[in-house]
Design a protein around this ligand. Structure first.
Ligand code: M6R
Length: 609
């Protein structure tokens, strides 16, 4: 979703803003713009399309003067992608200029009021423009008080970068429910939506909390709460550099991240799995509490939701307690019935997904604690949760998640085992063996990923198909959900995931000559059943690509293409079976020439609902 960058310092702002925006491209956007102030003169340049269009228009920033500025990549919500709707937006007198990430829910009544009573002419269809005009309307000579008044008047979510022509040596920022960080440099300071935007300039960051207002000068930073009381904030140091967020020789971030899965899972499990036990750092559940759990409720969106569905199978199998999994956007509005002795888990890579954040707040509002499984350090969900298990996947840039997904799976596996151990639903020996299996998963991931090239040929053959169905039973079905999402989000091929036994109840009518079916066959207790389902679709002309356990030679004779994964305890196969599906989606999208890392209409971090 929209990306924000702001700069104040001794250097020319525009090239720094463009560079920062380029590091936020992964978030998804459809237009870009920047604004700077020089000698009291405001300059705004913005245009629809790729950031490169803007760079070309202003000679990579050289054409724009000024040592203070704000920049933005827009992901359209209110008004189509266009030059006019692009940010920054300014008030009529060019006094205030803003960039915004989020949605102003009451922008229409505010716009009407400003239009009818104050004769403000609006030039865009955006909700953001209202903020620029409101700032100007409320302005009393004190910018902080003006911002305070504006944030009290608007409803919704926002991270704002603000310039005021009256105070050309000060940059302002404020946030609520949309991500924003502050970077502290030497004689220069920054704001951004995300850390990678600023890693070329600083490693020292401050988190901005909801309602905080920030005043940045080139040599100093001031934080205030909503009542304008000064706040004391401690910076934190990031221990990774931008090279970790660069492609490092790979054609795409997604491919690089597919190859980083062994490390992501290893970093997530190795410190936590000991000889005898699994230890999570920020985990506030005592043994008695775990013993008393009568169910678990997992809430998430997209791929993180799929991790929840796989987690349900794993936890129910190992710990023998029922697990319910909810899509966050549904959960938050259904007046959920919550109970005690239930563990509430949120799963989110970004930790900023608007629906997940709202769902978590609902749970906490009802008085229940939340355990968050999050990748991004210091993100909103991580900060507000009662306990956090971080996935150590490192920065994930491609919109289609791969390594964070695998790291989340590893956390679910560890959690299931820990609860099973405490509840004594598995024997001590089985527990020890499982710990060993989990420790070995990263090596097996590496084996699968390094062989996954075999899928390439298949991808080139199947790139023009119209529809792909993913089928499987039990935990394999849960993996199908993810395989199907991966394929459709980056290759734009229609695909659906079905519990193989459900096909006969309607969907099989769509199977005809040339339709592709991807079948996962790793669960011994339902293997024969899936084989029957495969035969049913083969008879009707489907081309079948199977993912099966090494040694299952019979499958080879039944299907058109088989990808073997190393045999492991069936509960843990999702960590392996998902890998060829990720590579398949990647290769098909590549064959089709799709924009793999930034698929159309999608954003990495969905910070609006
Ligand atoms: O950051 P989150 O894990 O909360 O994001 C949830 C979904 O938006 C995300 O998993 C999305 O479905 C991915 N594009 C899938 O690849």
């Amino acid at each position: 979703m929209c990306g924000i960058v702001g700069y104040i310092g001794e250097k020319k702002a525009a090239p720094i803003l463009l560079d920062g925006l380029s590091k936020l491209e992964y978030r998804g956007y459809d237009s870009a713009g920047i604004a700077t102030i020089e000698n009291g003169e405001l300059s705004i340049e913005k245009c629809k399309g790729r950031l490169q269009n803007l760079c070309d228009k202003i000679q990579n920033g050289e054409a724009l003067q000024g040592k203070i500025g704000i920049g933005h990549t827009r992901w359209a919500t209110h008004g189509a992608p266009s030059d006019l709707n692009s940010h920054p937006h300014k008030c009529s007198q060019s006094l205030f200029t803003v960039v915004h990430n989020g949605i102003i829910e009451n922008y229409l009544p505010l716009k009407e009021e400003l239009t009818v009573h104050k004769h403000v002419p609006f030039v865009s269809e955006t909700d953001t423009e209202v903020i620029a005009h409101l700032l100007s309307y409320y302005y009393n000579g004190n910018v902080l008080e003006t911002i305070q008044r504006v944030i009290n008047a608007v409803e919704g979510s926002f991270a704002l970068g603000i310039l005021c022509r009256d105070t050309p040596n000060t940059l302002y920022a404020v946030k609520k429910d949309s991500p924003l960080i502050v970077g502290k440099g030497n004689g220069e300071n920054f704001i951004a939506s995300d850390i990678p935007a600023l890693l070329n300039y600083t490693k020292d960051f401050y988190l901005v909390d909801d309602g905080d207002i920030v005043m940045l000068k080139k040599d100093s930073l001031f934080f205030f709460d909503r009542k304008l009381h000064p706040l004391k904030k401690e910076p934190f140091v990031v221990d990774w550099d931008y090279s970790q967020a660069e492609k490092g020789g790979y054609a795409h971030f997604m491919l690089k991240e597919i190859h980083e899965q062994q490390k992501a899972v290893n970093d997530t499990v190795s410190e936590r799995i000991g000889e005898e036990d699994i230890v999570f750092e920020d985990f506030h559940y005592g043994e008695d509490e775990l013993k008393a759990l009568h169910s678990i409720r997992i809430v998430a969106c997209g791929s993180a939701y799929h991790v929840g569905v796989i987690g349900k199978y794993v936890i129910e199998k190992l710990a023998r307690i029922p697990v319910e999994v909810d899509v966050a956007s549904e959960f938050r509005y259904k007046n959920p019935i919550l109970q005690k002795d239930v563990m509430y888990i949120m799963i989110s890579q970004s930790g900023e997904t608007a629906d997940s954040l709202a769902a978590m707040r609902e749970i906490r509002k009802q008085g229940y604690k939340v355990l968050a499984v999050v990748n991004v350090l210091g993100s909103s969900i991580a900060r507000e949760a009662d306990s956090v298990i971080y996935t150590h996947a490192g920065p994930e840039i491609a919109v289609a998640t791969t390594k964070a997904f695998s790291a989340q799976l590893a956390v679910m596996d560890m959690l299931a085992l820990k609860i099973a151990h405490v509840k004594e639903t598995i024997t001590k020996d089985a527990y020890k063996e499982a710990l060993m299996t989990l420790r070995n998963i990263p090596a097996r991931i590496e084996t699968v990923v390094s062989n996954a090239d075999k899928v390439k040929k298949l991808a080139s053959r199947l790139k023009n198909v119209g529809s792909v169905f993913f089928i499987g039973r039990d935990i394999d079905y849960a993996v199908c959900l993810e395989g199907s999402l991966k394929l459709k989000e980056i290759s734009y091929i229609h695909s659906e995931a079905y519990a193989a036994g459900e096909l006969k109840h309607g969907t099989i009518s769509l199977i005809e000559e040339g339709v592709v079916v991807v079948a996962i066959v790793t669960q011994p207790h339902v293997r024969e059943k899936v084989i029957s389902n495969i035969k049913e679709v083969k008879t009707r002309g489907a081309f079948v690509f199977a993912v099966a356990n090494e040694g299952d030679e019979e499958i080879r004779d039944i299907v058109d293409f088989v990808y073997y994964i190393p045999k492991t305890n069936p509960v843990y196969t999702p960590s392996l079976s998902v890998l060829p599906l990720q590579v398949f989606a990647y290769c098909v999208a590549k064959e089709k020439g799709c924009d793999i890392d930034k698929p159309r209409n999608l954003a990495k971090s969905v910070t609006v609902e």
